[in-house]
Design a protein around this ligand. Structure first.
Ligand SMILES: [Zn+2]
Length: 412
C-alpha cells in the first residue's frame, strides 16, 4: 500500500526496528531514559543516517538536537519536524520515535525525488520529553519555547541522583546554539505521534488531524469533618468527611460526562484519615483533574466544580478547602497548518478525522511560539508508555506520507 506514497514505508519501518534494538527490553519494548548512554546511542544512530543524507547537525544549549537540510533560500526560517527519542523505563518502540524517524524518512524521500524546498528543513529531537528520569516532562521544548528557565532545568536532580546539567555536559549536549525560540525562529512545526488513546482505533480511522491540545485544570481538595468512634456516634450527628468526598467523586465524574464529547474529569487520589475501620473519617484529601480543548468550556466546568462541591460540603456539614494546583490553558494548533494536514491526507486518499490531543507533547509548548500542527496514527488498544505499545507498518507509512506532503507544501 505504501508504494503509492512519496515516502518509503518499508525503509521507515526498518529504521524503526533498528532504533528499537537500542535499549530493547525483554518484552519487546524500549528503554532509553533521557540523557543516559542509551539515549546517546539512539541519537548517534539517527545522526549517522542524517549525515548519510547530507544534513548538518547542531545541539543547542539544552540538549535539543537539530538536523538541517538546506533550502534554496537558506535565509528563510526553517520548517521543522520532530519529536523525541527518549522513552519511559518500560516504554514502547513508537512513542516519540515515530515522529523523529518519519521526519528522517521525509528528508530521505525528498532526496529520492530530487526536491529542494525553498525553506530549509529541520528535524529536531527534543531533550527529555518523557520526564521519567528527570521531572517534569518536555524540558527541551519547554526551554526552547520559553516556558522553562534553562538554569532551573540544568539544576534538576534525577531519580538516580544525577544532576541534569552534569549529564548534558557529560554527553557534550551543551551546544553553542541558543535554546531560545526568539534567537532561532522557525516558520512552522509538525509532529507526527501515536495517538496514545483508543479513539482512532475505536472509530476505525487510520489518521488523526490534531486540532489542538486540551486545557487542563488540576485541583487539590481537603474536606474536614469530625473524626469520632464508629459505634457511639449516631448517624444524624456525624460529620463524615468521606461521605462528602464520595459525593465529590461522583460530582467530578458527572461534570465530565455532562460536559460534552471532549470533556474529561478524573479523581485520581483519595487519602482518608485517620484511615481506621472503626473511626468516622475526619479528613479526606482528594485530587481532581478537569480537561477540555476549549478554555471557555473548561472555565464553565471549573465554576460548576467550585459551586457544587461547596454545596456538597455544606449539606454534609463539612469544611471544604479547594485549591487549584495547576492550570494549563487549551492550545489550539495553527488553523492553516491543520488544514494542510487535512488536505494532505485527502490528497493521498487516507481517511482522516479531527481529534484533540489528551496527552502532553512537545508540540504543545512549541505551539505557544510557532505555528504548529500534529498528526496522529492509531496505536493498538490505545496502549502506550508500555512495552506492549504497537502500531502497524501501514499506520507508520500513512503518517509519514501525510507528514511529507504537509511539510513539502509548507516549505516549497
Ligand atoms: Zn511522546
Amino acid at each position: 500500500m505504501s508504494t503509492a506514497y512519496p515516502t518509503d514505508g518499508e525503509r521507515l519501518w526498518a529504521s524503526l526496528m533498528e532504533m528499537a534494538r537500542i535499549g530493547a527490553t525483554a518484552n519487546g519494548g524500549s528503554c532509553r531514559l533521557a540523557l543516559t548512554d542509551l539515549d546517546r546511542d539512539g541519537r548517534a544512530l539517527l545522526a549517522g543516517w542524517a549525515r548519510d543524507a547530507g544534513c548538518t547537525m547542531t545541539t543547542d544549549a539544552i540538549g535539543n538536537l537539530w538536523i538541517r537540510r538546506p533550502g534554496s533560500d537558506d535565509t528563510l526560517p526553517p520548517v521543522v519536524m520532530g519529536s523525541h527519542l527518549d522513552t519511559q523505563p518500560n516504554g514502547g518502540r513508537f512513542d516519540g520515535v515515530l515522529g523523529v524517524l518519519a521526519g528522517m524518512e521525509v528528508l530521505r524521500a525528498l532526496d529520492d525525488h530530487g526536491i529542494t524546498t525553498r525553506h530549509p528543513l529541520e528535524l529536531v529531537v527534543w531533550m527529555n520529553e518523557e520526564g521519567a528520569r528527570f521531572s517534569p516532562p518536555m524540558m527541551g521544548s519547554g526551554v526552547w519555547s520559553g516556558a522553562f528557565d534553562a538554569e532551573a532545568v540544568r539544576a534538576t536532580v534525577g531519580q538516580d541522583g544525577a544532576r541534569l546539567g552534569d549529564e548534558l555536559d557529560r554527553q557534550c549536549w551543551n551546544g553553542d546554539t541558543p535554546a531560545d525560540h526568539e534567537q532561532t525562529p522557525k516558520a512552522a512545526y509538525f509532529e507526527l505521534h501515536i495517538e496514545q488513546g483508543p479513539v482512532l482505533e475505536d472509530t476505525g480511522c487510520p489518521l488523526g488531524v490534531v486540532t489542538g491540545a486540551q486545557g487542563q485544570r488540576w485541583y487539590e481538595l481537603t474536606l474536614t469533618g469530625q473524626s469520632a468512634h464508629a459505634g457511639p456516634t449516631p448517624m444524624r450527628l456525624r460529620r463524615d468527611a468521606l461521605v462528602g468526598a464520595a459525593r465529590i467523586v461522583e460530582l467530578v465524574h458527572r461534570i465530565g460526562l455532562e460536559g460534552g464529547e471532549d470533556a474529561c474529569s478524573t479523581v485520581g487520589i483519595l487519602d482518608v484519615s485517620p484511615h481506621s475501620r472503626n473511626v468516622i473519617p475526619g479528613e479526606v484529601f482528594l485530587t481532581a483533574d478537569l480537561r477540555h480543548p476549549d478554555d471557555a468550556t473548561l472555565d464553565a466546568l471549573d465554576r460548576r466544580l467550585r459551586d457544587e462541591a461547596a454545596t456538597v460540603a455544606r449539606d454534609a456539614g463539612l469544611e471544604l478547602n479547594l485549591r487549584e494546583f495547576w492550570h494549563f490553558p487549551a492550545t489550539p494548533f495553527d488553523p492553516a497548518l491543520v488544514d494542510r494536514v487535512r488536505n494532505s491526507a485527502e490528497g493521498l486518499g487516507i481517511p482522516a478525522m479531527d481529534i484533540v490531543s489528551g496527552a502532553g507533547h512537545d508540540a504543545v509548548y512549541v505551539a505557544k511560539v510557532c505555528p504548529t500542527a500534529m498528526i496522529f496514527v492509531p496505536c493498538e488498544g490505545g496502549i502506550s508508555h508500555n512495552e506492549a505499545e504497537n502500531i502497524t507498518p501501514d499506520d507508520a507509512a500513512r503518517g509519514a506520507a501525510v507528514l511529507y506532503e504537509a511539510v513539502r507544501e509548507t516549505a516549497i
